[in-house]
Design a binder for this molecule. Structure first.
Ligand code: GDP
Ligand code: MG
Length: 614
């Protein structure tokens, strides 16, 4: 067999093509576009013929849509003397081929499998050919563009094909090989239009003109204009090639002799012959050109690929870890993982309760921030609060004056009246403190639940178990806190302050009032005036206690005690739980997602290792 090509082969370039092939094999192009050569053309433009001549493999031919799935042609130059070897892969199938003649039949079977008898599928069929005559090249053959559906083809087949083609050629990494027959008006070719839309600057499009032997007499000059970039300019330009014509096919002309005939044709044609010297015509030059274009493209894309793989690995690792990493099969390891998950959760709760934000917590979770805000509101509400001399209080003072006052001079107020008024007013703060406690406890419960979901995501049994404990404990701590707050309010009912403190505050209050000339205190009734002074003095002392007491109770019970008791509860859960398996039961979705993440992570890591060696 006469070998076409192979000046283009260099030891140095094969590894680059191999690398991208391996990355594609790993499934990387689903997430990261990889450099490739996509071959597009209108129907009957000569696409299959071009690929055949490059690969020296007979591809399915015929009228109508023959290529119905993207076909990846991986051509590898094998050692001289070694036999031809082929491998066809699609979905989960892998077929070994021993001769180029088997290719056509097997591709047809594969296409029927993936796309039915007449349909189009975007699933890739991959054909790897290793032969001493093959160039080092990977190309993707795409279905030919058709304008009108015929026979029982679906009405939207044209747009389905265009979408499929676009999905390849739109990627910046793709080199577009547009096959255009010389014997049609270049302006009317749909493929070139599509290439121009996908690559408006024509930077990654290479035009391949076929059928130069079919142009009308003396129109070669027109073809030369195209090739010389005078019609539709492309940065990569055009190349001219001659494939097997219908006549050659009927005469069973071999691919090898078709190559010889091509050289002969160009040599004989005075218009086209100079193109041979300029390496702008013939399969020989096309194949060399494509290989080097592909390698240049790969080199250009490698840093980007490296970077994208790195960030993809980070992203997936994060998701994977968030899902709790791997759940092992072995019982001992399972107990270990359960224990460590629970301990981690406890640590996290302790950190939050202590306000020890070593990790980057979201503001939602920062309990002390929430507490600080609530306590500030509480302070604002209480600080500077004035005793309210409402009607009830005034009536009490007046009632005493009228009915119980004896020989006392004005200003000598009744202590019991004072106590009664102050008790009432302080008790009014009980409800707001309990409200704050409820809000606080609800927040703590939410945060604990959120953290449990994060720590034990995908383990619904464990999450339920822990959330039940959280609810129980929050409830318990809340009632203890409530008890404590109520007791404190009861104690406030006793009306107490150290004498020295009271005297000091009273004098300070009186002198301040005088300085500021507080009009509210200047009641014409001296009894009322004196009562107000005492009430306000004492009220401020009591309020100072409450400003501190309620937040301290909440912090103690709902943060410190809760996290401490949660630890005990969870330790008990571990000790008493005989059924580790039940606790570690994963829901199906999570198990599947975890497996999928693991697979992605494995192949990305492989891809990175592979890239590192370049
Ligand atoms: P596809 O539909 O784009 O894959 O086109 P094919 O490769 O099947 O080619 C369509 C027809 O054009 C076939 O009969 C080929 O033999 C013929 N053909 C392709 N290239 C050439 C060429 O360079 N010269 C001649 N004479 N015929 C060609
Ligand atoms: Mg074809």
């Amino acid at each position: 067999m006469a070998c076409l090509l192979y000046t283009g082969y260099e030891e140095k370039i094969r590894p680059y093509i191999d690398l991208i092939d391996s990355l594609r094999e790993l499934g990387l192009d689903k997430d990261l576009p990889l450099p490739s050569i996509a071959v597009i053309g209108d129907q009957s433009s000569g696409k299959s013929s071009v690929l055949e001549m490059l690969s020296e493999v007979s591809l399915p031919r015929g009228t109508g849509i023959v290529t119905r799935c993207p076909l990846e042609l991986k051509l590898k130059k094998g050692e001289k003397g070694l036999p031809w070897e082929g491998q066809l892969r699609y979905r989960d199938s892998s077929v070994t081929l021993n001769s180029p003649h088997e290719v056509e039949k097997e591709i047809k079977i594969a296409q029927e499998h993936l796309a039915g008898i007449t349909g189009i599928s975007s699933e890739l069929i991959s054909l790897q050919v290793e032969s001493s005559c093959a160039p080092n090249l990977t190309m993707i053959d795409l279905p030919g563009i058709i304008r009108v559906p015929i026979g029982d083809q679906p009405q939207d087949i044209g747009s389905t094909i265009k979408n499929l083609i676009n999905s390849y050629i739109r990627k910046e990494e793709t080199i577009i090989l547009v096959v255009i027959p010389c014997n049609v008006d270049i302006a009317t070719t749909e493929a070139l239009k599509m290439a121009q839309e996908a690559d408006p600057k024509g930077e990654r499009t290479l035009g391949v003109l076929t059928k130069p032997d079919l142009v009308d007499y003396d129109t070669e000059k027109e073809i030369l204009k195209i090739i010389n970039n005078q019609m539709v300019p492309l940065k990569k330009g055009y190349m001219l090639i001659k494939c097997r014509g219908q006549h050659d096919l009927l005469a069973n002309t071999s691919l090898a002799s078709a190559l010889e005939k091509e050289t002969e044709f160009f040599n004989k044609n005075i218009h086209f012959r100079p193109l041979l010297d300029k390496k702008m015509a013939s399969f020989q030059h096309l194949s060399t050109r494509l290989t080097s274009e592909l390698v240049v493209q790969i080199r250009k894309c490698l840093p980007g690929i490296h970077e994208k793989i790195g960030s993809k690995i980070n992203e997936i690792t994060k998701q994977f870890n968030e899902m709790g990493g791997t759940i092992p099969e072995d019982t001992k390891a399972r107990v270990h993982i359960l224990t460590s998950k629970i301990l981690n959760y406890c640590d996290e709760l302790t950190n939050l309760a202590m306000g020890d934000y070593k990790k980057k917590y979201s503001s939602e979770v920062k309990l002390h921030h929430f507490a600080r805000e609530k306590f500030a509101e509480w302070y604002k509400k209480l600080d500077g609060a004035k005793i309210k001399l409402d009607e009830g209080a005034m009536n009490m003072v007046k009632h005493h004056e009228k009915h119980s006052k004896g020989r006392e001079l004005p200003g000598f107020t009744n202590y019991r009246v004072f106590e009664a008024i102050i008790r009432d007013q302080i008790q009014e703060l009980l409800e707001p403190s309990l409200e704050m406690m409820n809000e606080f406890s609800a927040k703590v419960e939410t945060v604990c639940n959120t953290l449990a979901l994060l720590h034990f995501s995908g383990l619904p049994v464990l999450v339920n178990e822990i959330q039940a404990k959280i609810a129980e404990l929050c409830h318990k701590m809340e009632s203890e806190a409530e008890q404590m707050i109520r007791t404190n309010f009861k104690m406030e009912g006793m009306v107490f302050a150290p004498d020295e403190m009271y005297s000091y505050r009273l004098m300070k209050f009186q002198s301040l009032s005088q300085q500021m000339g507080r009009s509210s205190l200047r009641n014409p009734n001296l009894d009322v005036q004196t009562m107000v002074v005492h009430l306000q003095t004492y009220y401020e002392i009591a309020i100072d206690r409450l400003i501190q007491m309620v937040p301290m109770v909440l912090r103690y019970y709902l943060l410190q005690e809760l996290s401490a008791q949660m630890k005990v509860e969870l330790a008990q859960l571990l000790f008493h739980s005989k059924d580790v398996d039940a606790l570690l039961h994963e829901d199906d979705d999570t198990a599947a997602k975890r497996r999928a993440l693991k697979v992605s992570l494995d192949w990305l890591t492989k891809a990175r290792t592979l890239l590192m060696s370049y």
